[in-house]
Design a protein around this ligand. Structure first.
Ligand SMILES: [Zn+2]
Length: 159
């Protein structure tokens, strides 16, 4: 879905994880919600990013059109990864834009630059009311929108 670029790692998202994120996104459209994408960054014939799990963000400050991750958000995330997903890394983050479309705001870019600065780290934005979603990745030093590949669960897992 969408365009896959040659100069950046393609993104593979497991179907069940995608469904989980969309369901979570729809559960409250009065304010922004967010979470974290867990998985791996693999060096195969070419490098790619794989999203295998989703963790809702806790202890956020959230309004209709803003979302802030607090210190408690990050410490809970680190604890959850350590205890439940020690093999996984945080490959990116997710948040919703209820009824205002899929893009990264100046504040979203600030978050991405400061907390997701690895070249393989990605952002996902969901508008649950317009039923739109999009991914963003680092390309040539900029954060740009991109497509992704949905992995159906009956296919053998790679990586
Ligand atoms: Zn945003």
């Amino acid at each position: 879905m969408g365009e896959i670029f040659q100069d950046a790692p393609p993104i593979f998202v497991h179907e069940l994880v995608l469904e989980q994120i969309l369901t979570y996104s729809e559960q409250d459209v009065s304010r922004e919600r967010g979470g974290f994408l867990l998985g791996g960054f693999h060096e195969d014939r070419r490098t790619y990013v794989e999203v295998r799990h989703f963790l809702p963000a806790h202890e956020t400050r959230s309004r209709a059109a803003s979302l802030t991750f607090t210190h408690a958000t990050w410490s809970q995330l680190n604890q959850q990864v350590e205890s439940s997903y020690p093999e996984e890394v945080v490959v990116g983050w997710h948040h919703t834009h209820p009824n205002f479309g899929v893009f990264l705001s100046a504040y979203d870019l600030f978050i991405h630059r400061n907390f997701f600065s690895e070249p393989w780290q990605i952002a996902m934005v969901v508008d649950p009311q317009r039923q739109e979603l999009g991914f963003f990745q680092w390309r040539r030093g900029e954060v740009a929108d991109c497509g992704f590949v949905c992995v159906w669960e009956d296919e053998p897992r790679t990586g």
